[in-house]
Design a protein around this ligand. Structure first.
Ligand SMILES: Cc1ncc(COP(=O)(O)O)c(C=O)c1O
Length: 432
């Protein structure tokens, strides 16, 4: 196969993959429509494009109501408000996710409780949830991470048994379905992000979906500076904020959503081909398929790398070598949140961490989640979804590069290279 690119050989792939975000004339037309109107913002509420988008977005996810907001983080925050999370309440979340899943819990002065992940899916391990429930627990916040769903059957059963609410973090799951039900429609609310890397995007943005009108009314008031909701049947009056999505962004989301089924089909076909090329490869593992996922929504392709089967060459070297072969990918994509440099939580900023306790909770040091550690620091390899929006030759290049690096794995032993050094660091701490 030839020398690895990281040690001076020829890169296997020299041409770029499909880039993301992607737009067509439809986005341009929609933006022009906003530009030539006098309605650029989210007021009057809701804007024409925001309203049209919300209707379709709810339908796609088999939910009754949807509300666009300005980020995915805010979507989670508004959902927490909707279910009545109060200062000091506890919210159970997976250890392995983006910091933006749990930041909103702190922001409403509630306490995140981290639970380890299921190694088969890298999502919240439902088997461990009940051990984490205390009298203060009010909600479970599963994340449908990467290309799998958290076990919603078990999570909903546990929530019912313990009278807990469920907010699904669907930042990775646009269009996905579990037993024919849309991501975000099974719990009390679902929260989505439309940040640039997501399956549909407006650069920044988010949405909340629910089947519960009262929750939707609270969300609408909360994100619209406390004004009455559109239906105002429950007459909630709360302190709210301007977390509205502007019309330029809402306009872009319409065509993105229209294109989602076509993209999903291409991604699914290409990912199937990819799996046929890498399954049964020593050193590589696949996440376990789950037939309850009835429509795939892969934010990225996530596979496992087993260093012990690869002469103990660490994942950082494997991923660094793949990158130099011309394959965009990442190993330390997420860390257990409480270990991440983006989570330097200071208990004096979040008083609920101290209430009723002799010493404040030390979120950074009180947890041990071995499966999250394994995925974060040793095993997981993430490929961005857009690599799978191109041709089957693109997919073959990714698979060929994996096989090339594995067959030249000896070259990586003890190797020092900037790409490898960077892979030992979290994304926020890398050298550019
Ligand atoms: C799993 C997860 N949750 C929440 C968020 C927060 O979304 P946003 O960045 O739009 O605030 C993200 C975004 O990256 C995410 O990946």
């Amino acid at each position: 196969m030839g020398k690895l690119a990281i040690t001076g050989g020829e890169p296997l792939r020299k041409t770029p993959f499909t880039t993301w975000p992607m737009s067509t004339k439809e986005e341009l037309r929609a933006i022009e429509d906003v530009l030539t109107s006098s309605k650029w913002g989210g007021q009057p509420f809701p804007g024409k494009h925001a309203q049209a988008f919300a209707k379709k977005f709810a339908e796609v996810h088999t939910a009754k109501y949807a509300q666009s907001v300005n980020t995915g983080t805010v979507a989670i925050q508004a959902a927490l408000k909707a279910i009545g999370i109060r200062p000091g309440d506890e919210v159970i979340a997976p250890a392995y996710t983006w910091e933006g899943t749990v930041g909103p819990v702190l922001l409403v002065n509630a306490v995140p409780v981290f639970v380890d992940i299921d190694p088969d899916t890298y999502c919240l391990d439902a088997k461990l949830i009940e051990k984490a429930i205390t009298p203060k627990t009010k909600a479970i916040l599963p994340v449908h991470l990467g290309m799998r769903f958290a076990d919603m059957d078990e999570i909903l059963r546990i929530a019912k048994a313990h009278n807990l609410k469920v907010i699904e973090d669907c930042a990775h799951a646009h269009g996905g379905m579990w037993r024919g039900k849309g991501a975000g429609s099974m719990g009390d609310l679902g929260a989505f992000s439309f940040q640039s890397s997501k399956l549909i995007t407006s650069g920044e943005g988010g949405a909340v979906i629910t089947n519960n009108l009262e929750y939707m009314e609270i969300v609408q008031s909360y994100i619209n500076a406390g004004r009455a909701s559109l239906t105002d049947q429950y007459h909630h009056r709360i302190v709210g904020f301007n977390y509205r999505l502007g019309e330029f962004q809402a306009a872009v989301l319409g065509p993105q959503l229209d294109r989602l089924p076509e993209h999903a089909a291409i991604r699914e076909r290409n990912m199937r081909h990819f799996e046929s090329r890498i399954k049964n490869t020593p050193g590589i593992g696949l996440l376990k398929p789950d037939p309850r996922i009835t429509r795939q929504a892969p934010y990225g392709y996530v596979m496992k790398y087993f260093a012990p089967q690869c002469k103990d060459v660490p994942r950082a070297a494997f991923v660094g070598a793949l990158q130099l072969e011309g394959i965009p990918c990442d190993g330390l994509f997420y860390e257990p949140v409480y270990k991440s440099s983006l989570f330097p939580v200071d208990s004096s900023d979040f008083p609920a961490l101290s209430w009723g306790r002799e010493k404040p909770l030390d979120l950074r040091n009180m947890y041990s989640c071995p499966e999250a550690d394994r995925a974060a620091y040793h095993e997981a390899v993430w490929f961005p979804h857009q690599l799978f929006l191109g041709s089957s030759e693109d997919v073959d290049a990714i698979a060929d590069a994996i096989h090339k690096v594995l067959s030249g794995i000896e070259e990586l032993r003890g190797l020092d290279h900037k790409a490898i050094r960077n892979q030992r660091l979290g994304r926020a701490d890398r050298e550019s």
